[in-house]
Write a protein that binds this ligand. Structure first.
Ligand SMILES: Cc1cc2nc3c(=O)[nH]c(=O)nc-3n(C[C@H](O)[C@H](O)[C@H](O)COP(=O)(O)O)c2cc1C
Length: 170
C-alpha cells in the first residue's frame, strides 16, 4: 500500500521514519552552504534553503545543532548558498563527506564577506546573518542577502525521497 497515515507521539522510531518519508515527498533543490571556520572554508550540503523576502532581501537555511558547521555559522555570521545544477551531484556528495577536504578540487571566489563562493553553480547568494534561533534539533539562520549571481543555462539538481533526481524545466 502506498498511503501511510500516522498520529505522532506514540513511538519515537516510527515517528522519525514517518516524518523522514513525509518530508521526503517534498521536492527541493540542492545547495551547498559555505561559511568560514576560523577563517578557513567550511560547508555542507543543504536543502533547507528558502527564499523569504525581497525587501529587505532575506533567505533562510537551517542546520542540525550537532552539525560541524553550526558553530562556524554562529561565529562568522556569514554564509553563501550555492545552488547546484544537475551536473554537480558529485559536489553534493563531497559536501556530506565525514573525512577529507570538502573543498578538494575547488577554487572558491570571495565577494564581500570572505565566505567561499563556489564557481560554476546555478546560483549563489552571499548572506550576512540577520537573525538566528533554535527550532527543535536545528538552528535557523536568516541571512540578509548582499550579492547574488544566477545562470539560467543549467537544469537544477533536485532531491526527492532521499535521492538525487533530474527534471526538465520546459
Ligand atoms: C540533499 C541533502 C540535504 C541536506 N540538507 C541539510 C540541511 O538543510 N541542514 C542540515 O543541517 N543538514 C543537511 N544535510 C546533511 C548535511 O549535509 C550534513 O551531512 C550534516 O549537516 C552533518 O554535517 P557534518 O558532517 O558537517 O557534521 C543534507 C544532506 C543532504 C544529502
Amino acid at each position: 500500500m502506498s498511503v501511510h497515515t500516522l498520529d505522532l507521539g506514540q513511538d519515537p522510531a516510527a515517528d522519525a521514519r514517518a516524518l523522514r518519508d513525509a518530508f521526503g515527498c517534498f521536492t527541493t533543490g540542492v545547495t551547498v552552504v559555505t561559511t568560514l571556520r576560523d577563517g578557513a572554508p567550511a560547508g555542507f550540503t543543504a536543502n533547507s534553503f528558502t527564499s523569504i523576502s525581497l525587501d529587505p532581501p532575506l533567505a533562510l537555511i537551517s542546520i542540525g545543532l550537532t552539525a560541524s558547521c553550526r558553530p562556524a555559522l554562529e561565529a562568522s555570521g556569514v554564509f553563501v548558498v550555492n545552488v547546484l545544477h544537475v551536473g554537480q551531484e558529485a559536489l553534493a556528495r563531497q559536501f556530506t563527506r565525514k573525512a577529507g577536504d570538502r573543498f578538494e578540487g575547488l577554487t572558491p571566489e570571495t565577494w564581500h564577506t570572505g565566505a567561499p563562493v563556489l564557481p560554476g553553480c546555478m546560483g549563489n547568494f552571499e548572506c550576512r546573518v540577520d537573525t538566528a534561533f533554535d527550532a527543535g534539533d536545528h538552528r535557523v539562520f536568516i541571512g540578509h542577502i548582499l550579492k547574488v549571481r544566477h545562470d539560467a543555462a543549467h537544469e537544477p539538481l533536485v532531491f526527492l525521497r532521499g535521492g538525487y533526481r533530474k527534471v526538465h524545466t520546459d
